[in-house]
Design a protein around this ligand. Structure first.
Ligand code: PMV
Length: 311
């Protein structure tokens, strides 16, 4: 083993297809390296201890809320056949409960950190298995998308139950991400969309779900064929549909309006909605900076920029 092990993970953003993905429609998610988690693993003199923003103390006294993190540490040590006590420090710039995959990212970075400490190779498939155990505790029924996105550097096209396909990203544009400062309500929003879809007027909502799927499908080509204007329009259409499904919020709407009135090519919520984050597409870095300042003035608690150029 080395004196110190380090593991990283990045945030993730759903570019297109949130909510409709639940009904078998395609979605597009991208790794978001502007937000990151780093777990540093060292030997501990006494019992295994954790130092993170939510908790500082012994693993065994950790609150139930962090049960998923406990599972990651336990399972990783078991798989490695190790019984050493460890000291783990987790530094994160991924905001929690904003749809950026923070729980999966903690699990990814911590697993990687532990394997690095013991100087053992970690296959991506094994990493995903360990993170899945932790995500089941955190969320009940994870799709696996967060685990994949927070541990990879490739955007993916994802349809539930099918193998994921990497997207060949060729887009000259900058993504602006803004945090409303309100926690997202993915579970409630998903349940509410489900009620609408099953209601008497369900056919109207099922149509909207299909339309969201079509937008995600078309956006895959816009991303690989460098068509930022078309992608922006698709984002606007998706926002309208998501709003009609009832998953936007006053804060998200205000940020979308602000981005569009400052030259964004398109803007929409990202993730479960009802809070959390929104995204806006800018032509270039200069436009992105103007949009980010406008979003801050319109109430965003934090903004990030991400150049999407690809290879
Ligand atoms: O809020 P997030 O990033 O966990 O995304 C939720 C995405 C949904 O499509 C709304 C739900 C799901 O399970 O795919």
């Amino acid at each position: 083993m080395s004196t110190q092990g380090i593991g990283y993970a990045n945030g993730k953003i759903i570019l297109m297809g949130e909510h409709s993905v639940v009904y078998g429609e395609p979605s597009i998610a991208i790794p978001f390296p502007a937000t990151q988690i780093k777990t540093t693993v060292q030997a501990s003199e006494g019992e295994t201890a954790i130092d993170c923003v939510f908790y500082k103390g012994l693993l065994n006294d950790m609150p139930e809320l962090l049960e998923s993190l406990k599972a990651v540490i336990k399972v990783s040590l078991e798989r490695l056949g190790q019984t050493d006590t460890l000291s783990l420090t987790i530094d994160s710039t991924i905001p929690a409960e904003r749809g950026m995959g923070s729980s999966a990212a903690v699990a990814v970075a911590t697993t990687r950190g532990i394997y690095d400490y013991f100087q053992q190779p970690l296959a991506h498939s094994e990493l995903l298995e360990i993170v899945d155990i932790s995500e089941k505790i955190a969320h009940g029924n994870p799709s696996g998308l967060d685990a994949l996105m927070t541990s990879s550097s490739t955007p993916y096209y994802y349809i539930k139950g099918q193998p994921v396909t990497p997207i060949d990203l060729h887009l000259t544009a900058v993504l602006v991400v803004a945090d409303t400062g309100k926690t997202g309500q993915t579970k409630e929003a998903v349940a509410n969309v489900g009620e609408k879809v099953r209601s008497k007027s369900g056919a109207i909502y099922q149509r909207k779900i299909k339309d969201l799927g079509q937008l995600a499908k078309a956006s895959k080509d816009y991303l690989s064929q460098n068509q930022p204007e078309k992608l922006g329009l698709a984002m606007n259409q998706a926002q309208n549909l998501l709003s009609e499904l009832g998953v936007s919020s006053l804060e998200l709407d205000a940020l979308v309006v602000s981005a569009l009135s400052h030259n964004a090519l398109g803007a929409k919520l990202t993730g479960g909605g009802r809070g959390g984050c929104m995204i806006a597409l800018a032509r270039d870095l200069n436009d992105a900076q103007v949009i980010a300042s406008a979003l801050k003035a319109a109430g965003a608690k934090a903004t990030w920029l991400y150049e999407m150029s690809g290879n």
